[in-house]
Design a protein around this ligand. Structure first.
Ligand code: AMP
Ligand code: GLY
Length: 423
């Protein structure tokens, strides 16, 4: 397991329950991991940008499957370096990970495969971008082309703000990610996340979720990596799910395979549910964080089985994965200051937060020499619980959250509000 966040803790927790791994006498390693992951895996530190080093470690420990949690090593081609040495990997190749690594790549692929998404223009200079604004109406959606840790998207209400944002982007605000900027038509609707596993040929639906990206209650304030999520997203009905697979996911997987760069791993489609049907907002080439935490809470089957089937091109032989019919919710506890500069080092006492069946995934924690848990990142904990419906899940998640003693932390009190409002 490569990674150190709440997503990787949830994946490690689930993999630790794997019968396949146990049967093979297998062992879980994680790099760099975190104190929560350390309960399930032996943690060590390897620089994931040094592919030779990762390969050497895997060969030495005879690793049977590498799970790459975050997007950066995928976009950097780590999966290719491992596969070249015969090591099985859960995660796409560098070429296929461009779905997340380049907004322009994805928009052009949507054109070639006729996938519904917002109209767009690619621009490579400030002058060109400002001129291209004439073809769009406010609000203007401006995206740095490359990876920008989820911060590369600006929605500008008027032309002046749009021009200023473009100047910042081309001025280097997002580094190399902003050397090209995609301008998009603004789509109206509700957002939802859909997950699919694929080995490049077979596609298996792997759950839905809704995230809460803004830092404040009522979806106000700056964007974050996600302040809480629940699964399933009932707004993605079985009919809509079929439509998303047929019009968006399947043509993407087919197109990439046809072009000689098949996609393998989890494909995360960020969707806008518009009056004209579902449209693609963006693709991610890994599980969502914190969406993964709620998916893992509900997954009833052996995660390792499915990950291996993706890696070994045998997904067609697997039964449909089972998910508990109830609802899971996760509440992100963040350090004060997030998403700006979070306070580091705040003491945490988890108390008996897990007593009622909740699970506290670690996202940004460290253990002191004296055994005290401390905050070490922006998003610190993901308090996750299940219930028969959205209300029960919300009650359970917040009951557990309130037990956690984390004075320098904060959390949104309204995760799930849309679903609750729908009644
Ligand atoms: P992205 O990183 O592409 O997911 O964009 C971040 C957020 O910006 C999305 O979750 C949406 O809320 C919003 N967004 C992105 N593209 C559009 C669009 N074309 N129309 C409306 N909202 C968008
Ligand atoms: N929670 C949003 C993401 O993982 O991209």
């Amino acid at each position: 397991m490569l990674g150190s966040g709440g997503r990787e803790h949830a994946l490690s927790w689930k993999l630790a329950q794997s019968r396949v791994i146990a049967k093979e006498g297998g062992k879980l390693f994680a790099s760099p991991g975190n104190p929560g992951i350390a309960e399930h895996a032996e943690c060590f530190d390897v620089d994931v940008t040094d592919h030779d080093l990762v390969v050497a470690f895997c060969e030495e420990e005879q690793i049977g499957l590498v799970v790459i949690g975050p997007e950066a090593p995928l976009v950097d081609g780590l999966a290719d370096s491992l596969r070249a040495e015969g090591i099985a990997v859960f995660g796409p190749s560098k070429a296929a990970a461009q779905l997340e690594g380049s907004k322009a790549f994805t928009k052009e692929l949507c054109d070639r495969a006729d996938i519904p998404t917002a109209g767009y223009a690619r621009t490579t200079s400030l002058e060109q971008a400002v001129a291209a604004l004439n073809d769009f109406e406010p609000p203007y959606v401006l995206k740095a082309d490359g990876l920008a840790a989820g911060k590369g998207v600006v929605i500008a209400e008027n032309r002046k703000d749009a021009e200023e944002a473009l100047a910042d982007m081309f001025g280097g605000q997002f580094g190399a990610a902003g050397a090209e900027v995609v301008i998009e038509e603004f789509m109206e609707g509700e957002e939802a996340s859909f997950f699919a596993l694929t080995d490049g040929a077979t596609i298996v639906a792997f759950g839905s979720a809704q995230d809460h990206k803004r830092v404040g209650e009522g979806d106000t304030g700056p964007n974050t990596g996600g302040m809480g999520a629940y699964s399933p997203a009932p707004i993605i009905t079985p009919e809509l799910r079929a439509e998303v697979i047929q019009k968006i996911v399947a043509p993407t997987v087919r197109q990439l395979a046809d072009e000689g760069t098949p996609y393998s791993g989890v494909l995360y489609a960020g969707l806008m549910l518009t009056d004209e049907g579902p449209k693609l907002v963006e693709y991610n080439c890994r599980f969502g964080d914190p969406e993964c935490q709620v998916l893992m809470m509900r997954l009833e089957d052996d995660l390792a089985d499915y990950m291996l089937a993706c890696a070994n091109n045998s997904l067609a032989s697997m039964p449909r994965p089972g998910f508990a019919p109830d609802t899971a919710m996760t509440v992100v506890m963040a350090a004060k200051g997030y998403p700006g500069t979070p306070e580091k080092g705040g003491a945490i006492d988890l108390k008996d937060a897990e007593a009622g069946g909740a699970k506290v995934f670690h996202a940004g924690t460290t253990l002191d020499d004296d055994g005290m848990l401390r905050a070490s990142g922006g998003r610190v904990l993901n308090v996750t619980a299940r219930g028969a419906d959205i209300r029960a899940a919300q009650d359970a998640a917040y009951a557990a959250t309130k037990k956690v003693d984390f004075p320098s932390g904060f959390y949104r009190k309204d995760i799930g509000w849309r679903e609750i409002a729908r009644g």
